[in-house]
Write a protein of this length. Structure first.
Length: 85
């Protein structure tokens, strides 16, 4: 199984949508709340090429993007193969 990391905040609807899709896929993920640990925002931004918005999602270390990007992978039929690596 792929290692999935997701940077979130508690009040973000897009974060909830992304986590819901991952939950439906039956995959686990490591969630980092950047509101609880603000130092992680800088880590997220560095890894996400400066992107500041949440969620920021990484699969096996590769930056996938945000919620819209995750759903685009699903629609394109590419997400399942990324998650099974």
């Amino acid at each position: 199984m792929a290692q999935i990391e997701i940077f979130t905040t508690p009040f973000c609807g897009y974060c909830r949508m992304a986590k819901r899709l991952l939950d439906q896929k039956g995959v686990g993920y490591a969630e980092t709340d950047i509101l609880t640990d603000p130092s992680q925002r800088a880590v997220m931004m560095q890894r996400a090429n400066g992107r500041r918005s949440v969620p920021q999602i990484f699969i096996s270390g590769a930056h996938v993007g945000g919620c819209d990007d995750l759903y685009a992978l699903e629609r394109a039929g590419r997400l399942d193969s990324m998650l099974s690596v």
